[in-house]
Design a protein around this ligand. Structure first.
Ligand code: ADP
Ligand code: MG
Length: 151
């Protein structure tokens, strides 16, 4: 799948607004990247677009999970502070995607607990505010993303 160049924070938010409407119940989006890459910024833009309002979207790095009770709930997850994978089971992550959309920061820590067919966005720093995002997903993701990635 292709790479996207994101020149600045505004472009990252715009990408979130583009992604928001194509997500549906059962989806899982893994947000991979170093601290400060822009994972929360992107997730926040997706969540606000789905809310249709500039709602408060705190980083879930302390709470681990923030659930937004929209018609299709959105679970914003951040595994950064998780001590070990056994804690994941207690969070009830495994069937979370059945009842909503999961946006997951630091998914590496809980790999075995996440749905199989996630879309992965690997965000890396470039010069200054620029970021590169590598997309990784199965054929069905490729088809769903074709619309806006082509343009
Ligand atoms: P993460 O969740 O990956 O640790 P955050 O989204 O919390 O990262 O923080 C990203 C920081 O980088 C924010 O302070 C944001 O203002 C800044 N920033 C600069 N350029 C970008 C960009 N292109 N995309 C996203 N954030 C950016
Ligand atoms: Mg974050």
């Amino acid at each position: 799948m292709p790479q996207i160049t994101v020149p600045n924070e505004e472009a990252m938010k715009a990408l979130g607004r583009d992604l928001a409407p194509i997500l549906r119940e059962g989806d899982c989006v893994k947000l991979v990247g170093d601290l400060g890459a822009g994972k929360t910024t992107l997730a926040r833009a997706i969540i606000r677009a789905r809310a249709g309002a500039e709602i408060d979207v705190p980083s879930p790095s302390f709470s681990i999970v923030e659930t937004y009770q929209f018609d299709t709930p959105v679970h914003h997850v951040d595994f950064y502070r998780l001590e070990d994978a056994s804690e994941v089971r207690e969070l009830g992550i495994e069937d979370m995607a059945d009842y909503g959309i999961m946006l997951v920061e630091w998914p590496e820590i809980a790999e075995g607990f996440l749905p199989k067919a996630c879309l992965t966005l690997r965000i890396s720093h470039r010069e200054g505010d620029a970021r590169i995002i590598e997309l990784e997903g199965d054929a069905s993701w490729e088809a769903r993303l074709a619309g806006f990635l082509g343009g």
